[in-house]
Design a protein around this ligand. Structure first.
Ligand code: KG4
Ligand code: ZN
Length: 347
């Protein structure tokens, strides 16, 4: 089965062609055009501007995905498209394009939930893994807009366990980075500065780390960092204002606090539901320290549980993951039934 997948939920315009054989998903092409450069200048995404950029690139991106795959459109079996969650203007560009192509080429559409897509990036062929994730699985979806723990008993049973009550983990990285003058998205810049810092330099709060549920909260951490920055800025502060070391220490301490909570809650859920595998997905899953702490703590606490994460380029938004989810759990629909759902969630 060969699927053209389209993803336009936010600021990436992406198209990919995936091939499914039994349970194996291989990428025949994977094209991403991003308008991040524009948003870096404004410190965040302006939805109207993101949608206009989607319109500029969507056709060229789909054409390139087709030509890279060396397939003709009549060789495709279906078109998959992200229908939500996301920015309504951006989503509409992908969905309306998919519907038009579906009508013109007479192919069914497979609507895909973007968050499920992040999880299914873990099923794309990856030379680092000798096997596919076995069920039951626990997925931690950590992106700019979401932080969720999800139990996957099998491809047809996905249940939400908990999520953030306020800011998502990626949003916390981005907002704290903004306070430090970093461009959007700030997660990778914080991670880079953190490499040279002391993660214990600042004792930031780890909200809800010991709560009995599977929820998260990162807005208190953001406020604590804001207060610390105001204190450091005072000429009489022990740090004597900002310097390279203070910034690295702040970044390392922020990263450490966020990762501590993510890993602790993930392992608590993995233990409770006796899962055989833990899957990471979403942009923050590209964070090297999150990956290594999760591997290390899992080895120690749950030695029989396997850890999976997609390669870094498949953690941030892409269409390959949408194709993988469509191929493994998607349901074909006639184009007339497809609508965008910006608020789509796990339930
Ligand atoms: O999944 P994604 O590309 O878009 C959404 O669906 O939101 O995630 C983007 C988020 C941003 O908040 C970005 O700062 C964060 O992922 N991110 C990282 C890293 N790379 C991307 N956060 C921490 N460390 C990273 N290495
Ligand atoms: Zn995403």
């Amino acid at each position: 089965m060969k699927i053209l997948a389209i993803e336009t939920s936010c600021d990436e315009t992406a198209a990919a062609i995936v091939k499914k054989e039994i349970n194996t998903i291989t990428l025949l092409s994977n094209v991403i055009s991003t308008s991040l450069g524009l948003h870096a200048k404004t410190g965040g995404i302006i939805p109207e501007q993101a949608a206009r950029e989607q319109i500029k690139f969507i056709i060229a991106v789909i054409e390139k995905a087709l030509s890279d795959s060396k397939l003709k459109h009549h060789e495709l079996d279906a078109i998959a498209v992200t229908v939500g969650p996301g920015l309504i203007g951006s989503l509409l560009v992908g969905v309306e394009t998919a519907k038009t192509l579906s009508y013109a080429w007479n192919k069914p559409i497979i609507p895909v939930n973007h968050l499920i897509g992040h999880i299914y990036a873990n099923w794309i062929s990856n030379p680092s893994y000798s096997s596919l994730p076995s069920f039951p699985s626990l997925a931690l979806v950590v992106s700019g807009g979401h932080t969720d723990l999800v139990l996957i008993k099998n491809h047809h049973y996905i249940s939400w366990l908990g999520g953030t009550r306020d800011d998502a983990a990626g949003e916390a990285f981005d907002k704290i980075g903004r306070m430090l003058g970093f461009p959007y998205p700030a997660g990778p810049t914080i991670a880079k500065h953190a490499e040279k810092g002391d993660p214990k330099a600042f004792d930031f709060p780890r909200p809800l780390i010991g709560s009995p549920d599977f929820d998260f909260s990162f807005s208190g951490l953001k406020t604590a960092v804001y207060r610390e920055i105001q204190t450091i800025k005072q000429p009489a502060s022990p740090q004597g204002g900002f310097n390279k070391i203070t910034i690295s220490d702040l970044c390392a301490s922020v990263e450490h606090a966020i990762i501590d909570v993510l890993v602790k809650k993930t392992l608590k859920a993995a233990q409770k539901f006796q899962v055989k595998s833990i899957l990471l997905g979403g942009g923050v899953a590209a964070n090297e320290k999150l990956r290594s702490k999760l591997i290390q703590d899992t080895k120690y606490q749950l030695p029989n549980t396997a850890i999976f994460f997609p390669e870094k380029s498949l953690c941030t938004d892409n269409a390959a993951m949408i194709g993988a989810a469509a191929a493994l759990i998607g349901k074909e629909e006639p184009w007339k039934n497809i609508t965008v759902d910006p608020e789509l969630y796990f339930y």
